[in-house]
Design a binder for this molecule. Structure first.
Ligand code: LLP
Length: 396
């Protein structure tokens, strides 16, 4: 919370997201340097946070971008990413999304099924061109993360099963307008046990050589994202980018000429984003005390959806600690940010920060109860833009 403009926070309508741009840029730079060391490329997974300011920083760092929808693709183009650095993934792409990707000649469409590959071929014929694709293979490797964000097991809907590879090879021979440039793997998100990436690398080596011996000319390998962050330590913990890349460097064996890509989302943006909220009521319950905030699950879904931990700080109180359940105003008991959390004793209108919310936070907000979408403030805007502060003047 170094250099946070707390005085400015009191003038802004809550809840809002506050992005620490120094931290964002520090994490981007460290990730970028770690990747460059091994000649790896990073494609930012835009789904983690699509704010234009964030996209600009990713582009300035020289990253490509990984999109999963028509609007993400358009926003990436709008932010100035070259089509040659744009990927399109997703298990259920619409015809329009595929057409858009083909007509912009993006780097690759990541194909998730044989059925999809046939559709892409048909649409490429319609557009009288050839579609450049990478095959997303489901390696059946356990990521040992939350089941809702595990994607690389046979039971998951993602990627082409290893059991279908022979059918795939037979099918490809009949597709005239498809160019296969490589393979894609992504086994999940918030992966903290890095040994999982060793298991993935060894599996990738096997699959890669199978395709090469079947006559495929592959020059592109994408290993997804997935690097986890330490939600318990938002201020002092850097995601272990160096260790992450070094595991792949040690165990991958796919030939030196292969260009290796990663699609990092969370690890680049999580720690720099914070949901800033106000205490509406300190409610004494029968069994516990509640801090009722003006932010709810509509502003940050992660705790309700995955029971995820986020550190929470009271920015206004230095009193001794007290135990609270920290909840939002919405009529669901799942609208709970934390239970039995120890925080400095709170009172009405105290400002509270819910930390490490930069990834899958603001972008997953909803308008349930007709609640407005939370706004974003950036550390450099807040310090310098008077007009922005006026526009967002606080009235509770
Ligand atoms: N590539 C693909 C194909 C993905 O599906 C994802 C994330 C990424 C890259 C980026 O993964 P990351 O580096 O961020 O782990 N809403 C959930 C996370 C969903 C992740 C979905 N896929 C959450 O809040 O934890």
């Amino acid at each position: 919370m170094k250099n946070w403009p707390l005085e400015a926070f009191t003038k802004v309508k809550t809840p809002f997201y506050f992005y620490d741009m120094d931290m964002l840029n520090e994490h981007i730079t460290i990730a970028s340097n770690a990747a460059i060391k091994y000649n790896y490329s990073i494609h930012y997974a835009i789904k983690a946070n699509h704010h234009f300011r964030v996209l600009k920083e990713m582009k300035n760092a020289g990253f490509g971008v990984d999109c999963v929808s028509e609007n993400e693709l358009l926003e990436a183009l709008n932010a100035g990413f070259s089509p040659s650095k744009i990927l399109l993934a997703g298990v259920g792409k619409t015809d329009n999304e595929i057409r858009l990707a083909i007509s912009h000649s993006i780097k690759a469409i990541h194909v998730e099924s044989l059925e999809e590959l046939e559709v892409i071929n048909e649409l490429a014929i319609e557009l009288a061109t050839c579609a450049q694709v990478a095959l997303r293979i489901n390696p059946n490797v356990n990521a040992y993360t939350h089941p809702s964000i595990t994607t690389g097991l046979n039971e998951n809907k993602f990627g082409i099963s290893l059991n279908k590879i022979n059918d795939l090879i037979a099918l490809v021979k009949n597709l005239s307008h498809i160019k296969i440039i490589g393979l894609h793997f992504h086994i999940g998100s918030q992966i903290e046990d890095l040994s999982v990436f060793k298991t993935l690398s060894l599996k990738v080596n096997e699959v890669w050589s199978f395709f090469i011996s079947a006559g495929f000319k592959l020059a592109y390998l994408n290993l997804g994202g997935g690097l986890g962050v330490d939600y318990y330590s938002p201020d002092n913990s850097l995601p272990p980018f160096e260790k992450y890349f070094s595991v792949f460097n040690e165990f991958l064996n796919v030939g030196h000429e292969t260009k290796i890509h990663f699609e990092l989302g969370r690890s680049l943006v999580a720690h720099s984003g914070n949901l800033i909220s106000k205490v509406l009521y300190v409610k004494k319950g029968d069994e516990k005390d509640f801090l009722i905030l003006d932010a709810g699950m509509t502003d940050l879904m992660r705790p309700a959806l995955y029971q995820s931990y986020h550190q929470i700080n009271n920015l206004s109180s230095k009193e001794e600690d007290h135990i609270y359940d920290i909840v939002g105003p919405i009529c669901e008991s799942s609208d709970t940010f934390a239970t039995k959390r120890s925080l400095p004793k709170a009172s009405r209108y105290n400002l509270v920060a819910i930390r490490s919310a930069g990834a899958y936070g603001q972008v997953m907000s909803s308008n349930y109860n007709l609640r407005p979408s939370p706004k974003a403030l950036f550390s450099d805007d807040l310090l310098f833009s008077e007009s922005l502060q006026t526009e967002l003047k606080l009235v509770i």
